[in-house]
Write a protein that binds this ligand. Structure first.
Ligand code: NIG
Length: 406
């Protein structure tokens, strides 16, 4: 296997507190062997390698782990966005507009759109992408979306419980989504998500979806507390969901439950609170209380929520800058949430997770020996510049699984 030494790194963010104080090293080097990190340490002690890349004193960090996107879709909702900017509020019913366009699109169109979005994300430093179904809402269309997603994404989540489609009866649709639709889609996905919200799926329906997913042996996620207070967070914790996403409207009890999910006596996995800053801005909703969540001891992830309705961006750098400038996180907390936090939310922080092709993968979201060589080099001497120079194109180079992709 060939080796690559990335040398002369001014600031290295590892997310590994054992390897580096507060997860960061200065004047460092990283050795990549094949698709993995082989060595990390001071540049002065760097081993020999087949090739060398001079980082020129700039900052190296893990590639972004975008743990929440809806990238398999067709169509455009510019008019809805314009209406929202003119004062209308976001209504989940807009999902049906994308459902109609997606159903009408060919596989080729959907795949082309997805490739374009993933290329945009990679250009901005994203090396791991989760994406969801949820714009098909028939058995055939949800399977179609899951298969297309599985050819390009690192993780695929089944979101048949996104909305009851316009033509369906709610009770019948719940039977379908927890029965034959789940059975048909399950071989193509690793998790099931449900939009628990007034106008989408209520508490009882959310329970049905989470129970059916667990019975099928799939991990769970919840879209919760996006448009108002509700039971989403508590249900996510109760069922051991890997993540609850949006979390804009939280009570003290919700925050305590999320923190306790990591320390409590239960054998269920802890639940990551995934904040989606670009979505909060685009829907003019309150920003999720990321500072309070961290202060209480909860684990958080930052994700783009790239989708045509509420967050049409895949820029994790924008989300990180917003989390710092407007949500009260330090830059290091925000970077960690957008890398290791995403890996926690996807269950990819440890060796051996299965990609959609069933291939076991090394850990992501961290730079340490054995981890997947997913790296981004900034055109800046420290990660602080991501918030200090918001909106600037600071991605200089990106490696995914040891291969340079940008
Ligand atoms: O995460 N909340 C539900 N789903 C998406 C929005 C989808 C849409 O409006 O098309 C979200 O924001």
């Amino acid at each position: 296997m060939t080796t690559l030494l990335i040398d002369n790194i001014g600031e290295l963010t590892t997310n590994d507190d054992e390897l580096a104080t507060a997860g960061r090293l200065r004047d460092a080097a990283v050795l990549v062997e094949g698709n993995r990190i082989a060595w990390v340490g001071p540049a002065a002690q760097a081993p020999a390698a087949d090739t060398r890349f001079d980082a020129a004193g700039q900052a190296l960090l893990p590639g972004w782990v975008d743990s929440h996107t809806h990238m398999v879709f067709a169509g455009d909702r510019t008019a809805e966005f314009e209406a929202r900017m003119a004062g209308e509020s976001y209504a989940a019913g807009g999902i049906n507009v994308t459902v109609n366009a997606t159903r009408a699109a060919s596989d080729e169109t959907l795949e082309q759109n997805l490739r374009r979005l993933i290329a945009e994300a990679r250009a901005g430093g994203t090396t791991t992408i989760e994406t969801k179904t949820g714009y098909g809402l028939t058995v055939a269309d949800e399977v179609r979306l899951a298969r297309i997603a599985g050819r390009h994404a690192d993780a695929v989540t089944f979101l048949g419980a996104h909305l009851v489609p316009a033509e369906a009866n709610p009770a019948d649709y719940l039977d379908l989504v927890t029965g034959p639709m789940l059975t048909a889609v399950a071989p193509h996905v690793s998790a099931v998500d449900v939009f628990c919200e007034t106008g989408a799926f209520d508490e009882a329906a959310t329970r049905r979806v989470l129970e059916a997913a667990s019975a099928a042996g799939l991990a769970t996620r919840v879209h919760g507390n996006q448009l108002g207070h509700g039971p989403g967070v508590q249900l996510a914790v109760e069922y051991g969901a890997l993540s609850v996403d949006h979390v804009g409207f939280l009570t003290e009890q919700d925050i305590e439950a999320l923190a306790a999910s990591w320390t409590g006596p239960t054998s269920l996995p802890g639940t990551v609170a995934t904040v989606l800053p670009a979505c909060d801005l685009s829907t003019r909703m309150p920003l999720a209380p990321a500072r309070n969540l961290l202060d209480a001891g909860a684990r958080i992830a930052i994700a783009s929520n790239c989708n045509p309705g509420t967050s049409y961006t895949s820029s994790m750098a924008f989300c990180v800058a917003t989390a710092v400038l407007q949500m009260g996180l330090t830059i290091h907390e925000a970077v960690r949430a957008a890398t290791l936090g995403g890996a926690w939310a996807l269950g990819m922080h440890e060796e051996g997770w299965l990609d959609p092709r069933g291939i076991a993968q090394p850990a992501v979201g961290v730079i340490c020996p054995g981890a997947r060589a997913d790296l981004q080099l900034l055109a800046a001497p420290s990660v602080t510049h991501l918030a200090y120079r918001p909106g600037m194109p600071l991605t200089r180079a990106v490696w995914r699984a040891g291969i340079r992709v940008v």
